[in-house]
Design a protein around this ligand. Structure first.
Ligand SMILES: Cc1cc2nc3c(=O)[nH]c(=O)nc-3n(C[C@H](O)[C@H](O)[C@H](O)COP(=O)(O)OP(=O)(O)OC[C@H]3O[C@@H](n4cnc5c(N)ncnc54)[C@H](O)[C@@H]3O)c2cc1C
Length: 456
């Protein structure tokens, strides 16, 4: 008989792991909701905007139902900070790229990267290489297309806790669904409930209904300025290059106090700041994911400048113009005081605020950008630092720090929940750092590694 694997959460990692393990194990996926739906109300958040725009979601595919599938690799330095040994990790990144792109598509994107590097990398900064395949993929569908095989059982319901079996006995997973509470029995449990969901499941499984799951980090983003570029500035072409199947976007990275700040340019109509301040500043992304929200439609009507600039960005027409908004993404330090707080009888709460030290580091990054590109920038209007209005970038990471304790390990122990035998974690919660990268590609690479180790 095949051993049983239960996977908690059918998001990016859970979907891929289920598909990779389906022929070797009897796989059951437990997903909290059958419908594709944003999760606006499962955590409290006083830091702002976490519960009003889509930051995580349920349904098969999880948050990838709404994501942009922007793909970036971590460099070796960031991999080490993340707890991942860079030596030997390249083949998993290769598999992760192949999950999304064919070899010829990938080769085209790499050529664009080389050309961007040759154009702008000059010493003060390095380059963020972001690839956005034109087709947005739901991870469940893509994983099943790429890795078909034996049937996967899907159970819908909310996992409250995992009880490990004693002396090699199977684990029991308590699932609260429409028909009440049921138990799923499994030899191995993979927790893939996302950077916010996973620490809650792990803490409750250990009887910790009160306390802090710290170590949270993201790369919050803010618009900070508008600039007018020289008509022949190199920054225009590198900011967005189209290949046949993807867009390649270069960000300019500055590192201060071992924290990265990346600068992306977005097309603008003129130097007015109205489109990059106030609630409509991310309107296109908000509406694409949540098109029938009357509140968001009203915001849209109140800021037509933001709409016009969003269209310039989406159609790429604006990358031929001279005006640009400056968007920054900043790396965060995994602090024990930042994370998911549990309190008995209350909803868990997340704090993700930017600390004064992080803000100073980002400010130095922006100053370095203006200094490095002084010849390219003809005019600039910079928002005062106090008005940089940060938004969570939804790469919830680092919160399993206290539950998974083997950074740098290349064996199965890297993923093991130390106090829950037979339980492994694979999602953003195990990343101890993520630079300024969208973490999805690294999570896919980690899922390939975990599947390989489990199959072995
Ligand atoms: C709008 C948006 C755009 C994004 N764009 C990008 C991008 O371009 N590139 C990138 O790399 N990343 C992006 N991200 C982030 C990316 O989507 C996530 O990093 C990725 O989905 C994380 O995968 P995961 O498997 O950890 O979690 P998720 O995909 O969030 O999946 C977790 C799953 O677990 C389920 N779950 C949670 N708790 C429980 C429980 N107790 N019981 C049962 N099920 C549970 C949830 O319903 C969900 O389906 C974006 C996120 C958002 C919100």
């Amino acid at each position: 008989m095949k051993k049983r694997v239960a996977i908690v959460g059918a998001g990016l990692c859970g979907s891929l792991l289920a598909a990779l393990l389906r022929d070797r194990f009897a796989v059951t996926v437990i997903e909290r909701g059958p419908k594709k739906r944003p999760l606006f109300d499962d955590v409290d958040c006083a830091t702002g905007e976490l519960n009003t725009s889509i930051n995580r979601a349920e349904g098969l595919g999880g948050t990838t139902n709404y994501w942009h599938n922007a793909l970036i690799e971590l460099d070796d330095h960031d991999l080490r900070k993340a707890g991942i040994e860079p030596r030997g990790f390249a083949p998993y990144y290769q598999q992760a790229w192949s999950f999304f792109l064919s070899p010829s598509e990938l080769a085209e994107c790499n050529r664009a990267w080389e050309s961007n590097r040759a154009t702008v990398e000059r010493g003060a900064s390095t380059l963020a290489h972001m690839v956005l395949p034109q087709a947005r993929h739901n991870a469940w569908q893509l994983a099943n297309t790429r890795h078909p095989g034996a049937a996967i059982d899907v159970v819908y319901g909310h996992v409250d806790r995992i009880t490990p079996g004693a002396d090699g006995a199977p684990a029991q997973i308590e699932v609260r669904g429409k028909g009440g509470v049921q138990r799923v029995v499994a030899d191995h449990v993979l927790v893939c409930a996302g950077g916010i969901g996973t620490p809650i499941v792990l803490a409750r499984s250990l009887g910790q209904d009160d306390g802090m799951c710290g170590g949270y980090h993201d790369h919050p983003m803010a618009y900070v300025a508008k600039v007018k570029l020289r008509p022949d500035s190199k920054l225009k072409a590198v900011s967005c290059m189209a290949t046949r199947s993807a867009e390649v976007r270069a960000g300019i990275i500055y590192t201060n106090d071992d924290l990265k700040t990346v600068v992306y340019l977005r097309p603008a109509i003129d130097m007015r700041l109205g489109s990059i301040t106030g609630p409509a500043r991310y309107i296109l992304s908000d509406l694409r994911n949540d098109p029938f929200s009357p509140r968001k439609i009203l915001r849209l009507l109140g800021n037509l400048e933001a709409v016009r600039e969003a269209v310039l960005f989406k159609t790429r027409a604006g990358f031929r113009g001279d005006y640009y908004s400056v968007l920054i993404l900043g790396e965060q330090t995994p602090l024990p005081t930042r994370g998911v707080r549990l309190a008995r009888g209350k909803r868990p709460a997340l704090n993700w605020e930017v600390t004064p030290a992080e803000l100073r580091s980002y400010e130095r990054g922006v100053d370095a950008f203006f200094a490095e590109y002084a010849d390219d920038i003809l005019e600039r209007r910079v928002l005062p630092v106090g008005k940089w209005d940060f938004r969570n970038a939804a790469h919830h990471s680092g919160t399993a720090d206290q539950f998974v304790a083997r950074p740098g390990d290349t064996s199965l122990d890297f993923f093991a929940a130390t106090q829950l035998p037979g339980t492994y974690v694979c999602d953003g919660s195990i990343l101890r750092a993520a630079g300024i990268a969208n973490s999805g590609l690294t999570l896919v690479a980690l899922a390939y590694r975990l599947a390989e180790l489990l199959r072995a």
